[in-house]
Write a protein that binds this ligand. Structure first.
Ligand code: URP
Ligand code: ZN
Ligand code: ZN
Length: 461
């Protein structure tokens, strides 16, 4: 199958030019001003951007959590991702206590197999790492699962102690792997949460009010210190606030290899969502919580200065009805997480490029290229170049759309951005040369997506 994309404006993290592009099979084989060869399919991209498929390195599909499971599985979640211009996700497999790492991973392979419309990789969340298991991490890195998430939060569920974090960092870095940290002082937060519940402060807003920014910043500081002692790089997930960003910035200024992602919910939403009437605030119960508005401008500064390298979603949806309602009388029982995988590209384009905060190149870098480098996928993914996978998004920078649960494709009954109008719309999407979305319509096939055996950690820049 040969496809030509004609007349587009090709934008990567470093380039911006008008050209035609020829795809043969799964890869880009030629880029030239004008391509005149026989092709099975010609796509006219006049007036549109031709950008690398988005990479979302933080999703939770089919995740058992908080007494229920995230409402998108690998079929619905990856279709929604494709609709929004994301052609690669990296999801989190979970090792439960007593499980071998490979056993844990196999469960997630089965969840994904035959269901995904775009390519996918896995990180592994490790919850139980006695010394005899540490070496299993090396085996996983060889199998293309080259990053691990460790939690300083959720005592009794996911939390691991500092010694474990230090040891895991040491072992992972020996093999070129990377530790991703959920950085929050979960032990202290737990005490604050229990006190709030005992005093009858049970409404959703107390989820935010019991998780101070300093508890996150302390976790970030500790994660960085442990990484320095271990001589390892570290990647901070879902960074939400300026207190945490200051820790990252300070370390990076000293030359410490710290990397961090933030998410659209921290860039576009603020604490006032928790003050909505009734139980509405439950829609935004996620961890870390959404912060006071002034933090947003600091996070944008972080993205501009490259102290933050990635915008991921932490897509972990739970339906308002029946799932979020599990915490009707106790915010600590509301399953933590929110939907987002479908609208990341449009939200970041609208709030970043259309509003003049970042360049088009930087938009590509933070939604695709940096994640590809950090998580061992570059240059197969994350750019448009001869020899790269033809994961390509044809994006209309002028079209506007209104985000709504009525029209989105995620399997969840609400949107955090309901009614928000955004400029920048994904029109067509190719995954390894195959059209998955054509003019906004899904024409892909569940099961087309392939597991990505990822390479080693690379510094983004
Ligand atoms: O609230 C969130 N973020 N849920 C998903 C789990 C995590 O910590 O990423
Ligand atoms: Zn987390
Ligand atoms: Zn997460």
């Amino acid at each position: 199958m040969r496809t030509i994309i004609r007349n587009g404006r090709i934008v990567t993290a470093v380039d911006d030019y008008n050209a035609d592009l020829l795809i043969d099979g799964e890869q880009v084989v030629m880029i030239a001003r004008k391509i005149d060869v026989q092709a099975d399919k010609v796509i006219d991209a006049k007036g549109r951007l031709v950008i690398p498929g988005g990479i979302d390195p933080h999703t939770h599909l089919d995740l058992p959590f908080g007494g229920t499971s995230s409402s998108d599985n690998f079929e619905t979640g990856t279709k929604a991702a494709a609709h929004g211009g994301t052609t690669t996700i990296i999801d989190f497999a979970v090792q439960y206590k007593g499980q071998a790492l490979n056993e844990a991973l196999d469960v997630w392979f089965k969840k994904a197999e035959g269901r995904t419309s775009v390519d996918y990789g896995f990180h592994l969340i490790c919850t139980d790492l006695p010394d005899q298991r540490l070496n299993e991490m090396k085996g996983l890195i060889d199998q293309g699962v080259s990053s691990f998430k460790l939690f300083m939060a959720y005592p009794g569920v996911f939390l691991v102690d500092d010694g474990t974090i230090y040891k895991a960092m040491t072992v992972a870095t020996e093999k070129g792997g990377l530790i991703c940290m959920h950085a929050e002082n979960g032990v202290v937060i737990d005490i604050i949460v229990k006190k709030a519940i005992a005093e009858g402060r049970t409404a959703p807003k107390y989820h935010a009010l019991t998780r101070p920014t300093k508890a996150e910043a302390e976790g970030v500081h500790r994660a960085i210190a442990l990484a320095e002692i271990a001589g390892a790089p570290v990647y901070i997930v879902h960074l939400s606030c300026d207190d945490s960003l200051q820790e990252v910035t300070r370390a990076r200024d000293m030359g410490v290899p710290v990397y961090a992602e933030t998410c659209p919910q921290y860039l576009f939403l603020d604490y006032s969502v928790y003050e909505k009437p009734g139980f509405e605030g439950a829609k935004y119960v996620m961890t870390p919580p959404i912060r006071e508005k002034w933090n947003q401008e600091k996070l944008w500064r972080g993205l501009q200065s490259n102290d933050l390298q990635v915008v991921s979603t932490d897509h972990c949806p739970f339906c308002f009805k029946e799932q979020k309602e599990l915490g009707k009388d106790d915010f600590s029982k509301i399953p933590n997480g929110g939907p987002g995988v479908e609208h990341r590209m449009s939200l970041v384009y609208n709030g970043g490029v259309a509003s003049g905060k970042i360049s088009l190149n930087r938009f590509v870098e933070i939604t695709s290229t940096s994640a590809a480098r950090i998580f061992g996928l570059f240059p197969k993914k994350g750019t448009i170049a001869v020899g790269s996978d033809a994961d390509i998004v044809i994006f209309d920078p002028n079209e506007e759309m209104t985000i709504s649960a009525k029209t989105h494709h995620m399997n969840v009954d609400y949107s955090c951005y309901e009614g928000m109008s955004v400029r920048g719309v994904t029109k067509s999407v190719l995954s390894r040369g195959s059209l998955v979305i054509e003019d906004g319509k899904y024409i892909g096939k569940p099961g087309y997506g392939r597991f990505l055996k990822r390479g080693l950690f690379n510094s983004p820049r």
